[in-house]
Design a protein around this ligand. Structure first.
Ligand SMILES: [Fe+2]
Length: 437
């Protein structure tokens, strides 16, 4: 039996195929440059099931209809190879097919089954982590953490696994365990943007020494040399940290140099750019010059439904740019999605997503009262819409601002006091609490 660098069974006809699989797994795990080479390798090795499946998984991270279509082609290429493939490759095909079919609950269970059989399967770990994100990473935090704890002994000194396990700890609010694991990951491998990402999340919860911004700034040169997706997202975290410090100028500078306009076709960049600009505006004055370009990108997704988290961002951008008909179309499509009789409609789109998306559009249009009314019954369960804890903070901030802006001051103060309990209060938190007093 052929084994890859992690000791996992794999079908490989030559060393070059094995090298491709090992390279892809390691680059994907820390979101480093080079993971995209799997698409070229899929052309070089059409008879390798694992490379075809790797290419399918890479595309499925794209979160667009076009990326899904490309993934379907790779899955179709893998299918006839399965008869002579390993059991692990057959399981991976099944799990990826569920993911491609948008059965996220089924897919994540299938990836959990894979790591039960093969606890060192870092590719399955990384995909599961992403599907928890689609399902709401804070909402799924306990499940994510239990999954990582089950695999901890088998991956004890792996810096990429440690960075992922640390993130699961952070999502569950265990800052000390998260910090310890992230530091261990960075001791083993300092050039690890996913461990840096966990550090950024930790600082959002706790920053007693007020050194979060300085530490994140020190990582920025490394982020510029890694995968664009994590360069963008980690820079988004730095921008969020500047907003929390009320340093709007640096937040806008980070937005322009590191977050928006570099790979604007990537959905991660679109969502992070919308979210950062939205936060910058909530912390100060409107910034109008970017909304037209962001709304252009949002319009391209009006007929796609991925997760409510993304649609809330697109609705906000469309509303800020005054794209009335596109926004109406998006809201109608969201209503249709929420009315479907499937697990995700019942779980997220109908009970929370639909109201959240409309509330974000209302807030963007200046109707704070409608936004607050729409958000009142759904905020307790808002983590179900997708995104991480830090990303869902955007909606919590929007709810606070809506309450404040429509004159429900005491409720605004009570809400933000509860949200920041146990955290290091930022200058923005302090300003907001004062303005609600
Ligand atoms: Fe993040």
């Amino acid at each position: 039996m052929t084994l890859d660098a992690r000791g996992l069974p794999v079908t490989a006809h030559c060393d070059a195929e094995l090298a491709s699989i090992d390279w892809f797994t390691r680059r994907l795990a820390r979101i480093d440059r080079g993971a995209e080479a799997i698409l070229e390798d899929a052309k070089s090795f059409p008879g390798s099931p694992m490379i075809q499946l790797g290419a399918a998984s890479f595309c499925l991270f794209g979160q667009t209809r076009g990326a899904d279509a490309a993934a379907a082609d790779y899955l179709a290429a893998a299918k006839p190879l399965l008869a002579s493939a390993t059991e692990r490759e057959q399981h991976l095909y099944h799990a990826l097919s569920l993911w491609a079919g948008k059965d996220h609950l089924g897919a994540v269970a299938a990836f959990e089954d894979i790591t039960t059989k093969w606890p060192r399967d870092l590719l399955a770990v990384k995909i599961a982590e992403f599907i928890y994100y689609i399902l709401g990473q804070q909402h799924e935090g306990p499940r994510f953490r239990a999954h990582m704890q089950r695999l901890a002994d088998a991956n004890a000194d792996d810096p990429d696994f440690l960075a992922t396990h640390a993130f699961a700890q952070e999502l569950c609010g265990d800052v000390d365990a998260a910090r310890q694991m992230a530091e261990r990951a960075l001791e083993i491998e300092p050039r690890n943007p996913w461990a840096h990402h966990c550090v950024a999340h930790i600082y959002l919860r706790r920053d007693e020494q007020h050194d979060g911004v300085r530490v994140l700034e020190s990582f920025l040169p490394i982020w510029m040399s890694v995968g664009r997706v994590i360069h963008c997202h980690n820079a988004w975290h730095l921008g969020v940290a500047y907003v929390a410090q009320l340093d709007r100028a640096r937040a806008l500078e980070t937005f322009a140099h590191h977050v928006w306009g570099i790979t604007p076709e990537l959905i991660v960049e679109q969502a992070d750019a919308i979210a950062l600009l939205w936060r910058i505006e909530m912390a100060g004055e409107p910034v109008m010059q970017y909304w037209v370009a962001l709304a252009d990108r949002a319009e391209a997704h009006v007929d796609e439904r991925y997760m409510p988290f993304l649609d809330a961002h697109f609705a906000f951008a469309l509303a800020r740019a005054g794209r009335t008909s596109a926004l109406e179309q998006l809201e109608a499509r969201v209503d249709e999605r929420a009315a479907r009789n499937d697990a995700e409609a019942h779980r997220s789109w109908s009970p929370v997503g639909r109201a959240l998306i409309k509330a974000c559009a209302a807030y963007a249009k200046g109707d704070a009262k409608r936004a607050a009314n729409l958000l009142d019954p759904v905020m307790h369960n808002v983590t179900v819409v997708g995104g991480s804890d830090a990303q869902v903070d955007l909606f919590r901030q929007t709810y606070f601002r809506s309450l404040l802006d429509c004159g429900r001051k005491s409720e605004a103060k009570a809400y933000w006091s509860a949200q920041t309990a146990g955290k290091t209060l930022s200058p923005l938190d302090q300003q907001w609490l004062r303005s609600a007093a």
